[in-house]
Ligand binder design. Structure first.
Ligand SMILES: [Zn+2]
Length: 410
Protein backbone atom coordinates (compact mmCIF):
# COMPACT_ATOMS: atom_id res chain seq x y z
CA UNK A 1 0.00 0.00 0.00
CA UNK A 2 1.33 3.42 -0.89
CA UNK A 3 1.84 5.87 1.94
CA UNK A 4 -0.77 8.23 0.49
CA UNK A 5 -3.30 5.43 0.39
CA UNK A 6 -2.35 4.35 3.93
CA UNK A 7 -2.97 7.85 5.22
CA UNK A 8 -6.24 8.16 3.41
CA UNK A 9 -7.38 5.18 5.50
CA UNK A 10 -5.76 6.37 8.71
CA UNK A 11 -7.36 9.76 8.42
CA UNK A 12 -10.70 8.26 7.48
CA UNK A 13 -10.87 10.58 4.50
CA UNK A 14 -13.83 10.21 2.21
CA UNK A 15 -14.36 11.30 -1.37
CA UNK A 16 -13.67 13.79 -2.79
CA UNK A 17 -10.69 14.18 -0.48
CA UNK A 18 -7.48 12.31 -1.24
CA UNK A 19 -3.99 12.29 0.16
CA UNK A 20 -1.61 13.84 -2.32
CA UNK A 21 1.66 13.74 -0.41
CA UNK A 22 3.13 12.44 2.86
CA UNK A 23 6.36 13.74 4.34
CA UNK A 24 8.04 12.04 7.23
CA UNK A 25 10.66 13.91 9.21
CA UNK A 26 12.38 11.41 11.48
CA UNK A 27 14.57 14.06 13.09
CA UNK A 28 11.65 16.38 13.63
CA UNK A 29 9.48 13.52 14.90
CA UNK A 30 6.61 14.53 12.68
CA UNK A 31 4.52 13.49 9.72
CA UNK A 32 2.93 16.01 7.39
CA UNK A 33 0.06 14.93 5.20
CA UNK A 34 -1.34 17.01 2.34
CA UNK A 35 -4.86 16.41 1.15
CA UNK A 36 -6.55 17.63 -2.03
CA UNK A 37 -9.71 17.23 -3.97
CA UNK A 38 -9.94 16.53 -7.75
CA UNK A 39 -10.49 19.45 -10.07
CA UNK A 40 -14.09 20.32 -10.84
CA UNK A 41 -15.35 18.97 -7.50
CA UNK A 42 -18.45 20.81 -6.33
CA UNK A 43 -18.88 21.84 -2.70
CA UNK A 44 -21.89 22.88 -0.70
CA UNK A 45 -22.49 26.36 0.62
CA UNK A 46 -22.14 25.96 4.41
CA UNK A 47 -25.29 28.05 4.97
CA UNK A 48 -27.83 26.62 2.56
CA UNK A 49 -26.23 23.46 1.21
CA UNK A 50 -26.44 24.51 -2.45
CA UNK A 51 -23.83 22.61 -4.49
CA UNK A 52 -21.53 25.01 -6.24
CA UNK A 53 -18.30 24.96 -8.25
CA UNK A 54 -15.11 25.99 -6.49
CA UNK A 55 -14.64 29.74 -6.57
CA UNK A 56 -11.08 29.76 -5.23
CA UNK A 57 -9.00 28.34 -2.39
CA UNK A 58 -8.06 29.90 0.89
CA UNK A 59 -4.43 29.89 2.04
CA UNK A 60 -3.01 26.53 3.03
CA UNK A 61 -3.76 25.63 6.63
CA UNK A 62 -2.56 22.89 8.96
CA UNK A 63 -4.53 20.90 11.52
CA UNK A 64 -3.02 18.87 14.29
CA UNK A 65 -4.19 15.27 14.00
CA UNK A 66 -3.79 12.16 16.16
CA UNK A 67 -0.14 11.14 16.37
CA UNK A 68 1.15 8.45 14.02
CA UNK A 69 3.09 6.17 16.38
CA UNK A 70 4.44 9.01 18.52
CA UNK A 71 5.10 11.18 15.44
CA UNK A 72 3.27 14.50 15.62
CA UNK A 73 0.94 14.48 12.68
CA UNK A 74 -0.36 17.46 10.73
CA UNK A 75 -2.93 17.60 8.01
CA UNK A 76 -2.47 20.30 5.36
CA UNK A 77 -5.00 21.59 2.87
CA UNK A 78 -6.22 24.66 1.07
CA UNK A 79 -9.89 24.97 1.99
CA UNK A 80 -12.07 25.48 -1.08
CA UNK A 81 -14.42 28.46 -1.23
CA UNK A 82 -17.68 28.68 -3.10
CA UNK A 83 -19.63 31.70 -4.27
CA UNK A 84 -23.26 31.26 -3.26
CA UNK A 85 -25.77 33.55 -5.00
CA UNK A 86 -27.45 34.07 -1.61
CA UNK A 87 -24.60 33.95 0.88
CA UNK A 88 -21.65 35.22 -1.07
CA UNK A 89 -18.16 33.77 -0.98
CA UNK A 90 -17.94 31.20 1.80
CA UNK A 91 -15.50 28.50 2.83
CA UNK A 92 -16.88 25.00 2.30
CA UNK A 93 -17.01 22.88 5.40
CA UNK A 94 -14.27 20.32 5.79
CA UNK A 95 -15.06 16.78 6.92
CA UNK A 96 -12.10 16.53 9.32
CA UNK A 97 -12.34 19.73 11.32
CA UNK A 98 -14.82 22.24 12.64
CA UNK A 99 -14.54 25.80 11.33
CA UNK A 100 -11.86 27.87 13.06
CA UNK A 101 -10.28 24.87 14.75
CA UNK A 102 -6.56 24.21 14.62
CA UNK A 103 -7.19 20.53 15.32
CA UNK A 104 -8.95 17.70 13.54
CA UNK A 105 -12.13 16.44 15.17
CA UNK A 106 -10.49 13.14 16.07
CA UNK A 107 -7.70 14.99 17.83
CA UNK A 108 -10.24 17.15 19.66
CA UNK A 109 -12.05 14.08 20.89
CA UNK A 110 -8.85 12.57 22.23
CA UNK A 111 -7.86 15.88 23.83
CA UNK A 112 -11.25 16.13 25.57
CA UNK A 113 -10.82 12.63 26.98
CA UNK A 114 -7.35 13.46 28.28
CA UNK A 115 -8.43 16.83 29.69
CA UNK A 116 -11.24 15.06 31.54
CA UNK A 117 -8.73 12.85 33.31
CA UNK A 118 -5.93 15.34 33.98
CA UNK A 119 -5.41 18.91 34.92
CA UNK A 120 -4.53 21.25 32.08
CA UNK A 121 -0.84 21.07 32.76
CA UNK A 122 -0.78 17.28 32.68
CA UNK A 123 -2.97 17.14 29.60
CA UNK A 124 -0.81 19.59 27.68
CA UNK A 125 2.29 17.52 28.53
CA UNK A 126 0.68 14.27 27.41
CA UNK A 127 -0.78 15.74 24.26
CA UNK A 128 2.26 17.87 23.49
CA UNK A 129 0.19 21.02 23.35
CA UNK A 130 0.97 24.46 24.61
CA UNK A 131 -0.94 25.77 27.61
CA UNK A 132 -2.89 28.13 25.38
CA UNK A 133 -3.76 25.39 22.91
CA UNK A 134 -5.13 23.23 25.73
CA UNK A 135 -7.31 26.12 26.89
CA UNK A 136 -8.39 26.80 23.35
CA UNK A 137 -9.59 23.19 23.10
CA UNK A 138 -11.40 23.41 26.42
CA UNK A 139 -13.06 26.70 25.50
CA UNK A 140 -14.24 25.25 22.21
CA UNK A 141 -15.58 22.11 23.88
CA UNK A 142 -17.50 24.18 26.43
CA UNK A 143 -18.87 26.56 23.79
CA UNK A 144 -20.01 23.54 21.78
CA UNK A 145 -21.62 22.01 24.86
CA UNK A 146 -23.40 25.19 25.88
CA UNK A 147 -24.74 25.69 22.37
CA UNK A 148 -26.21 22.19 22.45
CA UNK A 149 -27.46 22.36 26.04
CA UNK A 150 -31.20 21.69 26.07
CA UNK A 151 -33.37 24.52 27.36
CA UNK A 152 -34.91 22.80 30.38
CA UNK A 153 -36.06 24.40 33.62
CA UNK A 154 -34.54 22.59 36.59
CA UNK A 155 -37.08 21.89 39.34
CA UNK A 156 -34.69 21.99 42.29
CA UNK A 157 -31.68 24.22 42.26
CA UNK A 158 -28.87 25.11 44.61
CA UNK A 159 -27.34 28.58 44.55
CA UNK A 160 -23.89 29.02 45.94
CA UNK A 161 -21.04 31.45 45.91
CA UNK A 162 -17.51 30.27 45.27
CA UNK A 163 -14.29 32.11 45.85
CA UNK A 164 -12.68 32.39 42.45
CA UNK A 165 -9.30 33.81 43.25
CA UNK A 166 -7.65 35.83 45.92
CA UNK A 167 -9.59 38.22 48.11
CA UNK A 168 -13.16 39.14 47.33
CA UNK A 169 -13.38 37.56 43.91
CA UNK A 170 -16.48 35.37 43.72
CA UNK A 171 -18.59 33.56 41.19
CA UNK A 172 -22.21 32.47 41.55
CA UNK A 173 -22.92 28.80 40.81
CA UNK A 174 -26.41 27.47 40.17
CA UNK A 175 -26.63 23.69 40.22
CA UNK A 176 -29.37 21.24 39.42
CA UNK A 177 -29.89 19.35 42.68
CA UNK A 178 -31.42 16.40 40.86
CA UNK A 179 -28.71 15.80 38.28
CA UNK A 180 -25.79 17.21 40.26
CA UNK A 181 -24.73 19.26 37.24
CA UNK A 182 -23.87 22.93 37.05
CA UNK A 183 -26.66 24.87 35.33
CA UNK A 184 -25.33 28.39 35.33
CA UNK A 185 -22.28 30.46 36.24
CA UNK A 186 -21.95 34.20 36.72
CA UNK A 187 -19.41 36.66 38.03
CA UNK A 188 -19.72 38.12 41.53
CA UNK A 189 -22.34 37.19 44.10
CA UNK A 190 -24.75 40.04 43.63
CA UNK A 191 -28.42 40.13 42.98
CA UNK A 192 -27.71 40.68 39.28
CA UNK A 193 -25.49 37.59 39.29
CA UNK A 194 -28.48 35.37 40.05
CA UNK A 195 -30.97 37.47 38.05
CA UNK A 196 -29.16 36.30 34.94
CA UNK A 197 -30.11 32.70 35.67
CA UNK A 198 -33.81 33.38 36.20
CA UNK A 199 -33.98 35.60 33.14
CA UNK A 200 -32.92 32.77 30.87
CA UNK A 201 -36.47 31.53 31.37
CA UNK A 202 -39.88 33.04 30.73
CA UNK A 203 -42.16 33.80 33.67
CA UNK A 204 -44.21 30.78 32.64
CA UNK A 205 -41.15 28.52 32.55
CA UNK A 206 -39.99 29.76 35.93
CA UNK A 207 -43.11 28.24 37.48
CA UNK A 208 -41.33 24.93 37.04
CA UNK A 209 -38.78 25.91 39.70
CA UNK A 210 -40.00 24.32 42.92
CA UNK A 211 -37.16 24.76 45.38
CA UNK A 212 -34.06 26.92 45.70
CA UNK A 213 -31.45 25.93 48.27
CA UNK A 214 -29.12 28.75 49.28
CA UNK A 215 -27.26 30.43 52.09
CA UNK A 216 -28.87 33.30 53.99
CA UNK A 217 -27.51 35.81 51.54
CA UNK A 218 -29.73 38.81 50.83
CA UNK A 219 -28.78 39.39 47.18
CA UNK A 220 -29.79 35.81 46.32
CA UNK A 221 -32.93 36.02 48.44
CA UNK A 222 -33.97 39.26 46.73
CA UNK A 223 -33.29 37.94 43.26
CA UNK A 224 -35.39 34.85 43.95
CA UNK A 225 -38.22 36.95 45.36
CA UNK A 226 -38.14 39.14 42.25
CA UNK A 227 -38.46 36.21 39.89
CA UNK A 228 -40.50 33.47 41.56
CA UNK A 229 -44.06 33.51 42.84
CA UNK A 230 -44.34 32.48 46.48
CA UNK A 231 -40.58 32.60 46.66
CA UNK A 232 -40.49 32.30 50.44
CA UNK A 233 -42.09 28.86 50.23
CA UNK A 234 -39.46 27.79 47.73
CA UNK A 235 -36.32 29.17 49.33
CA UNK A 236 -34.66 26.60 51.58
CA UNK A 237 -31.72 27.85 53.59
CA UNK A 238 -28.88 25.46 53.54
CA UNK A 239 -28.71 23.61 56.83
CA UNK A 240 -24.91 23.58 56.87
CA UNK A 241 -24.86 27.30 56.47
CA UNK A 242 -27.46 27.72 59.24
CA UNK A 243 -25.44 25.48 61.54
CA UNK A 244 -22.37 27.60 60.90
CA UNK A 245 -24.08 30.45 62.74
CA UNK A 246 -24.61 28.28 65.79
CA UNK A 247 -21.15 26.78 65.65
CA UNK A 248 -19.75 30.29 65.50
CA UNK A 249 -21.81 31.24 68.56
CA UNK A 250 -20.44 28.27 70.52
CA UNK A 251 -16.94 29.31 69.62
CA UNK A 252 -17.51 32.89 70.76
CA UNK A 253 -18.92 31.69 74.09
CA UNK A 254 -15.89 29.44 74.56
CA UNK A 255 -13.43 32.21 73.80
CA UNK A 256 -15.04 34.57 76.29
CA UNK A 257 -15.32 31.93 78.99
CA UNK A 258 -11.79 30.69 78.45
CA UNK A 259 -10.49 34.22 78.88
CA UNK A 260 -12.42 34.63 82.12
CA UNK A 261 -11.32 31.25 83.50
CA UNK A 262 -7.70 31.66 82.48
CA UNK A 263 -7.58 34.99 84.31
CA UNK A 264 -8.30 33.00 87.49
CA UNK A 265 -5.74 30.34 86.62
CA UNK A 266 -8.24 27.76 85.33
CA UNK A 267 -7.02 26.29 82.03
CA UNK A 268 -9.72 23.68 81.52
CA UNK A 269 -11.00 25.27 78.29
CA UNK A 270 -7.60 26.00 76.79
CA UNK A 271 -6.96 24.07 73.61
CA UNK A 272 -10.51 22.74 73.38
CA UNK A 273 -11.70 24.83 70.43
CA UNK A 274 -12.26 21.96 67.99
CA UNK A 275 -13.87 19.63 70.52
CA UNK A 276 -16.91 21.88 70.64
CA UNK A 277 -17.21 22.27 66.88
CA UNK A 278 -17.55 18.58 66.06
CA UNK A 279 -20.98 17.07 65.74
CA UNK A 280 -21.39 14.76 68.72
CA UNK A 281 -21.05 11.55 66.73
CA UNK A 282 -18.00 12.77 64.82
CA UNK A 283 -15.86 13.50 67.87
CA UNK A 284 -12.69 11.39 67.54
CA UNK A 285 -12.44 8.53 70.05
CA UNK A 286 -9.25 9.84 71.67
CA UNK A 287 -11.05 13.01 72.81
CA UNK A 288 -14.16 11.29 74.17
CA UNK A 289 -13.16 11.11 77.87
CA UNK A 290 -11.89 14.62 78.11
CA UNK A 291 -14.93 15.95 76.28
CA UNK A 292 -17.33 13.98 78.48
CA UNK A 293 -15.93 15.59 81.61
CA UNK A 294 -16.00 19.08 80.04
CA UNK A 295 -19.59 18.57 78.95
CA UNK A 296 -20.61 17.32 82.36
CA UNK A 297 -19.16 20.37 84.11
CA UNK A 298 -20.91 23.61 84.75
CA UNK A 299 -19.52 25.48 81.77
CA UNK A 300 -21.35 28.08 79.68
CA UNK A 301 -19.60 26.60 76.67
CA UNK A 302 -21.17 23.22 77.44
CA UNK A 303 -24.61 24.80 77.51
CA UNK A 304 -24.02 26.58 74.21
CA UNK A 305 -22.79 23.31 72.72
CA UNK A 306 -25.93 21.45 73.87
CA UNK A 307 -28.10 24.12 72.23
CA UNK A 308 -26.14 23.79 69.00
CA UNK A 309 -26.48 20.01 68.98
CA UNK A 310 -30.20 20.28 69.63
CA UNK A 311 -30.66 22.55 66.62
CA UNK A 312 -28.95 19.98 64.46
CA UNK A 313 -31.69 17.47 65.23
CA UNK A 314 -34.27 19.76 63.67
CA UNK A 315 -33.48 18.38 60.21
CA UNK A 316 -34.04 14.79 61.26
CA UNK A 317 -37.81 15.22 61.72
CA UNK A 318 -39.92 13.56 59.09
CA UNK A 319 -42.92 15.80 59.53
CA UNK A 320 -43.14 19.51 59.41
CA UNK A 321 -45.41 19.64 62.50
CA UNK A 322 -42.81 17.93 64.66
CA UNK A 323 -40.09 20.06 63.17
CA UNK A 324 -42.02 23.21 64.02
CA UNK A 325 -42.54 22.06 67.61
CA UNK A 326 -38.86 21.34 67.98
CA UNK A 327 -37.98 24.70 66.49
CA UNK A 328 -40.25 26.60 68.90
CA UNK A 329 -38.87 24.79 71.94
CA UNK A 330 -35.36 25.26 70.68
CA UNK A 331 -35.86 28.97 70.05
CA UNK A 332 -37.24 29.49 73.54
CA UNK A 333 -34.31 27.62 75.05
CA UNK A 334 -31.71 29.48 72.97
CA UNK A 335 -33.14 32.93 73.65
CA UNK A 336 -33.37 32.24 77.39
CA UNK A 337 -29.86 30.86 77.63
CA UNK A 338 -28.37 34.14 78.87
CA UNK A 339 -25.56 33.49 76.38
CA UNK A 340 -25.51 36.55 74.16
CA UNK A 341 -23.80 35.00 71.11
CA UNK A 342 -26.34 32.16 71.17
CA UNK A 343 -29.25 34.60 71.53
CA UNK A 344 -27.93 36.62 68.57
CA UNK A 345 -27.56 33.55 66.40
CA UNK A 346 -31.05 32.33 67.32
CA UNK A 347 -32.55 35.70 66.38
CA UNK A 348 -30.79 35.67 63.03
CA UNK A 349 -32.27 32.26 62.34
CA UNK A 350 -35.69 33.46 63.50
CA UNK A 351 -35.64 36.24 60.93
CA UNK A 352 -35.17 33.56 58.29
CA UNK A 353 -37.68 31.15 59.77
CA UNK A 354 -39.67 30.60 56.55
CA UNK A 355 -36.59 29.39 54.73
CA UNK A 356 -35.80 27.09 57.62
CA UNK A 357 -39.22 25.47 57.75
CA UNK A 358 -39.52 25.13 53.98
CA UNK A 359 -36.93 22.38 54.33
CA UNK A 360 -39.77 20.11 55.40
CA UNK A 361 -41.59 20.72 52.13
CA UNK A 362 -38.64 20.22 49.80
CA UNK A 363 -35.87 18.44 51.73
CA UNK A 364 -33.09 19.92 49.70
CA UNK A 365 -29.81 21.45 50.66
CA UNK A 366 -26.70 22.44 48.83
CA UNK A 367 -25.19 19.44 50.53
CA UNK A 368 -27.14 17.48 47.93
CA UNK A 369 -24.56 19.07 45.73
CA UNK A 370 -21.86 18.34 48.30
CA UNK A 371 -20.09 16.17 45.78
CA UNK A 372 -20.27 19.14 43.45
CA UNK A 373 -18.83 21.48 46.07
CA UNK A 374 -15.81 19.35 46.71
CA UNK A 375 -15.30 18.90 42.99
CA UNK A 376 -15.41 22.64 42.40
CA UNK A 377 -12.93 22.97 45.24
CA UNK A 378 -10.69 20.39 43.59
CA UNK A 379 -10.88 22.28 40.28
CA UNK A 380 -9.92 25.43 42.11
CA UNK A 381 -6.95 23.74 43.80
CA UNK A 382 -5.73 22.19 40.57
CA UNK A 383 -6.32 25.60 39.04
CA UNK A 384 -3.52 27.35 40.89
CA UNK A 385 -2.30 28.24 37.47
CA UNK A 386 -5.66 29.16 35.98
CA UNK A 387 -4.56 32.75 36.12
CA UNK A 388 -8.03 34.13 35.72
CA UNK A 389 -11.66 33.70 36.54
CA UNK A 390 -12.66 32.89 32.97
CA UNK A 391 -10.45 29.81 33.01
CA UNK A 392 -11.94 28.76 36.34
CA UNK A 393 -15.44 29.05 34.88
CA UNK A 394 -14.46 27.17 31.72
CA UNK A 395 -13.05 24.34 33.83
CA UNK A 396 -16.22 24.13 35.94
CA UNK A 397 -18.37 23.93 32.83
CA UNK A 398 -16.04 21.42 31.26
CA UNK A 399 -15.96 19.04 34.23
CA UNK A 400 -19.30 19.62 35.93
CA UNK A 401 -21.69 20.97 33.32
CA UNK A 402 -22.89 17.59 32.07
CA UNK A 403 -22.34 19.01 28.59
CA UNK A 404 -21.95 17.25 25.25
CA UNK A 405 -18.36 18.37 24.62
CA UNK A 406 -17.31 16.34 21.60
CA UNK A 407 -17.35 17.57 18.03
CA UNK A 408 -19.59 15.48 15.82
CA UNK A 409 -17.45 13.15 13.75
CA UNK A 410 -18.66 11.99 10.37
ZN1 LIG B 1 -25.84 29.64 0.41
Amino acid sequence: MRDTELYRHLLGLVAPWEVSRVELSVDGGRVDVWVEHPKRTRFACPECGTELPVYDHAEERAWRHLDSCAFLTYLHARPPRVECPTHGVRQASLPWAEPMSRFTMLFERLAIDVLKECDVEGASRLLRLSWDEAWHLMDRAVARGLAAKPHVVPAKIGVDEKAAGRGQDYITVVSNLETGCVEYLADERRQASLDGFFEKFSAEERKGIEAVAMDMWDPYINSTRDHLDKADDKIVFDRYHLMKYMTGAVDTVRKQENRALAAGGDKSLTGTKYLWLYSEENLPERHRDRFASLRGGDLKTARAWAIKESLRHLWSYKRRGWGEKHWKRWYFWATHSRLQPVIDAARTLKRHEAGLMSYFAHRVSNAGAEGLNSRIQAIRVSARGYRNREHFKTAIWFHLGGLQLYPATP
